[in-house]
Every structure is written in structure tokens, then in C-alpha cells.
Write a protein that binds this ligand. Structure first.
Ligand code: AMP
Ligand code: MG
Length: 538
């Protein structure tokens, strides 16, 4: 018996405790009354480990020699499984772009098993791109290197930024080509295939619950809710219908935390369908996501959404509320008591989202600006007005959001600087050389107003700077940086990816050796496919 895997112990609670699809032939179909279907990953010809997360492996108690071993790399590529794994694809549905889409499910994700950590907690290992499942519909179950690299790098970057997210343990290339029509414009091309191994306590999405309600299957819905509460929301107490409203409320609050995190760092998910919303409040399913370079609340990276911009940066908080309302509709039929009482209890949960979002978003903006706390007041003296004016000034001419906040931390507030000195402080954030004087005057006026407000808190500049730099990252996974890593990895050079991962593992620290990753988006990236334009075709 191979001893490589002795360090790992797996559980199969999800498979054991929840109703299984009785059909095991892998045929694509509607799967009724079941939470999962048994499915094996499809082997690939030539697995190669491109990158792995040392820090995550350590927190999973996986020794480096194990992760890099040939046997484990084969598992990461879907060429074999370790003892104790019972691979499955989950059944879920979802609202896509505002419309109910019916059954979706893990069409190219296969959970291998639940790794038991030394402290007894569990983390699921899930392969994305490891071949077809009963939920693959017309898809091939595969993923291409560019999108897999983007998922791997971004989920790790988000973790280090302190935004709740699924993690990524490994990125392997398969040796197989995958054909994709990148922009759905009739130009299919072969690209290298890859598999990401994702890690999370659970990958349960809103859509896992919605699917049963859509089918009138209350029994399976209750079974899944009880399982979820027992294993992932134990603080709520013994599972059962009396807990469902409290559970929903907690999902709402966790979602608020996640969205505030996105807004703080400038992340645009791009496809906030309800099948891409985790009930644990984790950022999940990195597809056509993007990062705000210049601050534009209307921006979305997803070309599939170009017409309506449903999932644009500035609308993410509202969309999350809409998605949560869909989850409420899914849970309502199994709440105890009358329909009215149930609806009222769920409304309280949704209200809790709004309350939590507004409170945390305010605190987050205060922290970004170096303020102790937001000062109330609807008048022009209140901090809300200060923030509103800043967002308008940032959007008035292309201004790099990430660079702006780092530069703001450097502005001395103790002394009165000249207009031009103030402007010089933030100039590195501007994309255009010649900017309308009215726009720069407005920025200078805002900086003076902000400085005066900062002085009222009487916090020394160096203390304030350190606080600001702890919430305003210097390094984020700009779309152009991911693209550079993709271009190089496709040409066989992984060094850019590894440097980028190193820089992004300390996003708040000055790292002079990685200064090249901290600049504005270069001109070549402005309208390039993969940088500002992405589709769901990954
Ligand atoms: P996404 O937009 O990536 O969240 O995917 C939406 C749905 O399409 C999910 O059910 C996916 O599993 C499925 N899907 C996406 N790409 C593929 C593929 N290449 N093969 C099979 N299913 C896919
Ligand atoms: Mg998805």
C-alpha cells in the first residue's frame, strides 16, 4: 500500500449523510431528490504541478514533500484518488442574470473528500476542470490554463487581503488541450488545459437550496439545511426548522462582510449568480472577475454582462441583497408557523444584511480614510458627505483606486501644504497627464477638507499612515498582472506567476523588489481581451 497518503485522513460526511443520486453511470440528466452524484475525475495524460500554496498546505498539515510527490500531483490532476476519498458532484440550481435557470450543478467541479485537520475540523478538497459529471450539460467538464491560473492566484490573493474566500491548494496543467471560443464570437481555439484544487469548509451555494424548493422537494431541502447547520453553523444549536430563520440571518450577515471586503479592495466578481454565492459568505467561483484600476463604479469585466452591467462594481451590494432574497424564497416553505410569520422572520434577516452592510461599509470607509470612526450628520459637515464627494472626485477623471489610497496615507495633515504640493501627492494615481483644472481643484479642496477632518481626530500622521496602509492594499491582482503571468506560463515560464504570488501574499507591505506590480494599468491592457474583457467561457 502506498504510504504517500498516510498523513491525510478523509471524511465523507456530505456523501454519507445526504441523499445520493442512485444512478451512477455519469449520464447527463436531471438529478431528482439527491444532493450529490458519485463521479470519478477523468484522468489526463501529463499532469504537471505549476504552483501550489505552501501556506495553505501548512494550515492543512500537508508536508511539502507530500504536495510535490508524483502520487499527490496525480490526485490534484484527477488521475487517481487517495484512500478515504469518495468523489462527488453536487446538485444545485441558480438564478443567472436575474432569471431562474433550473438545474446547474457541479458541471466541472468534483469534490474529492473532506480532509480532517489535526484540530478535528474539515476542509473539502475540490478539483475544478477534472472532467464531466452528470451536471455538465453541454460542457466538457474542463478548464483552461488562463482561467485556472486566474482562480488560483486570485483566491490566494483575496485570502491574504483578508477577504473571505475559498482557497486554492494546487494548480496543475493536464497535457491536454481544451477548445474554447473565448469571446463567443465564432473563433474557437485550442488552449492548454488545467485543474485547480480548491479548498473550503464547504462549497454549498444558495442554489443548492433553491433547486429543491423549485421542485417542491421540502424533505431534501430540510435534510440539507439540517446538515448545513449541524456542521457549518453549529453555534446556532440543534438543527431543525426553528433554526432556519436564524441560519438565514447569519448567511445575510456573512454576505455583508464579504461584500464590504470586495468594495474595500476593488474586486468585481463579475458573475454574481445565485449558484456562485456561498452560504458561508466566501468569495467563490472566480471566473470573469476583475479589479478596479481606475475608480469607476459602473465597470464590469464581464463581456457577457456588457449590455446591462448587472454585476458592475458599484451594484454588488444591491445584487447581493437580491440574491439573498432568492435564498429567502427558497427557505420560506420549510419555516415553522404561518407563511406570514415565516416571511417576517426572513425579512428580519434581510434587514440584518442591510444594517450590517451599512455599518461595516461605513467603518470600512472610515478606516480607508484614516478616521477613527464615521461621524454622523446629514449636513455637509458629516463624514458621509466627505465620502460622497471623494467618490465623485475619484470618478471625475480616471484615477487609480489602489494607488490613490496609498498616496493619501502619505499626505501630511499637520501642516498646510500648497495646492500644487497636495496635488503632487496624489498625481501618481491619475491616468491622464492633462486633467481639467476644475477636477484638480476639486481634488485639492477635498484633500484640504479631509486634512482638517483628520486633524480633529488628533492622531499622529505616522500612526494614521500605518492604520491606513493596513486596510488599503498596495498589491492587488490587477487584470493586466494576471494576464502577464498567463502569457508567461503559457510560454512555459512560471516565474512571473511565482513572483506575483509572493508579492500578493503580503499585499499591505511595501516590497521594493515587487514595485513593478504596484503601478497603474499600462496602456496596452486598457482594452485587451483577458484584461478588461472577459467572458464566462473559461
Ligand atoms: P459558472 O458560470 O462557471 O458559475 O458556471 C455555471 C454552470 O455551468 C455551472 O453549473 C458549471 O458547472 C457549468 N459549467 C461551466 N463551464 C463548464 C464546462 N466547461 N463543462 C461543464 N459544465 C460547465
Ligand atoms: Mg459557478
Amino acid at each position: 500500500m502506498d504510504s504517500t497518503f498516510d498523513a491525510m485522513q478523509f471524511d465523507d460526511r456530505f456523501v454519507r449523510e445526504l441523499p445520493a443520486d442512485p444512478n451512477t453511470d455519469g449520464r447527463r440528466r436531471q438529478v431528482l431528490g439527491a444532493c450529490h452524484s458519485a463521479v470519478m475525475p477523468t484522468p489526463v495524460p501529463a499532469p504537471r504541478l505549476l504552483a501550489w500554496s505552501r501556506e495553505l498546505a501548512q494550515s492543512l498539515a500537508l508536508p511539502p514533500e507530500l504536495v510535490e510527490s508524483e502520487a499527490f500531483v496525480r490526485v490534484l490532476a484527477g488521475c487517481g484518488i487517495a484512500p478515504g476519498m469518495r468523489p462527488y458532484a453536487a446538485c444545485y440550481g441558480g438564478h443567472q442574470f436575474g432569471n431562474w435557470a433550473g438545474q446547474l450543478g457541479d458541471g466541472r467541479a468534483i469534490t474529492l473528500g473532506e480532509l480532517i485537520l489535526p484540530d478535528g475540523s474539515r476542509q473539502e478538497l475540490q478539483l475544478k476542470g477534472a472532467g464531466p459529471t452528470p451536471y455538465s450539460r453541454s460542457g466538457d467538464g474542463r478548464a483552461v490554463l488562463r482561467s485556472s491560473l486566474r482562480e488560483f492566484a486570485c483566491s490566494e490573493a483575496m485570502h491574504h487581503l483578508g477577504v473571505p474566500t475559498t482557497r486554492a491548494l494546487g494548480l496543475v496543467t493536464t497535457g491536454d488541450d481544451v477548445v474554447r471560443d473565448m469571446l463567443y464570437d465564432g473563433h474557437p481555439a485550442a488552449e492548454p488545459g488545467a485543474v485547480v484544487c480548491r479548498v473550503a469548509p464547504s462549497f454549498l451555494r444558495f442554489g443548492n437550496y433553491e433547486i429543491f424548493t423549485s421542485r417542491g422537494d421540502k424533505d431534501t431541502l430540510r435534510t440539507l439545511l439540517d446538515h448545513t447547520i449541524r456542521h457549518h453553523f453549529a453555534g446556532l444549536g440543534e438543527p431543525g426548522p426553528e433554526r432556519y430563520a436564524a441560519w438565514y440571518r447569519e448567511v445575510c450577515e456573512r454576505t455583508a462582510t464579504m461584500i464590504v471586503g470586495w468594495m474595500r479592495v476593488g474586486f468585481v466578481h463579475g458573475v454574481m449568480n445565485t449558484d456562485n454565492m456561498s452560504v458561508l459568505g466566501l468569495t467563490i467561483d472566480y471566473g470573469p472577475y476583475g479589479w478596479i484600476d481606475d475608480f469607476d463604479p459602473n465597470w464590469t469585466p464581464n463581456t457577457t454582462d456588457a449590455a446591462n452591467r448587472r454585476y458592475r462594481f458599484g451594484q454588488q451590494p444591491q445584487v447581493a441583497a437580491w440574491n439573498l432574497a432568492q435564498l429567502a424564497r427558497a427557505v420560506l416553505p420549510v419555516l415553522p408557523g404561518s407563511n406570514e410569520a415565516g416571511a417576517a422572520a426572513l425579512q428580519e434577516g434581510l434587514d440584518a444584511y442591510i444594517t450590517a452592510f451599512e455599518r461595516d461599509h461605513g467603518a470600512m470607509m472610515a478606516a480607508k480614510l484614516g478616521l477613527d470612526a464615521l461621524r454622523a450628520g446629514d449636513d455637509a459637515r458629516g463624514d458621509a458627505a466627505l465620502i460622497e464627494e471623494l467618490l465623485a472626485v475619484l470618478a471625475a477623471t480616471p484615477t487609480d483606486m489602489t494607488i490613490f489610497y496609498r498616496r493619501l496615507a502619505e499626505v501630511p495633515t499637520a501642516v498646510d501644504a500648497s495646492d500644487s504640493a497636495l496635488l503632487e501627492m496624489v498625481r501618481p494615481a491619475y491616468y491622464d497627464d492633462a486633467i481639467d483644472g476644475r477636477v484638480t481643484a476639486r481634488m485639492v479642496a477635498w484633500l484640504r477638507r479631509w486634512s482638517a477632518r483628520i486633524r480633529e481626530d488628533a492622531v499622529p500622521d505616522e500612526v494614521r499612515r500605518a492604520r491606513m496602509n493596513a486596510v488599503n492594499p498596495k498589491y492587488v491582482l490587477r487584470n493586466c498582472l494576471a494576464q502577464l503571468a498567463i502569457d508567461d506560463a503559457t510560454a512555459g515560464d512560471n516565474s512571473t506567476l511565482h513572483s506575483l504570488l509572493a508579492a500578493l501574499s503580503r499585499p499591505y507591505d511595501e516590497q521594493p523588489e515587487f514595485e513593478r506590480f504596484a503601478g497603474r494599468r499600462p496602456e496596452w491592457a486598457r482594452n485587451r481581451v483577458g484584461c478588461s474583457m472577459l467572458s464566462c467561457s473559461s
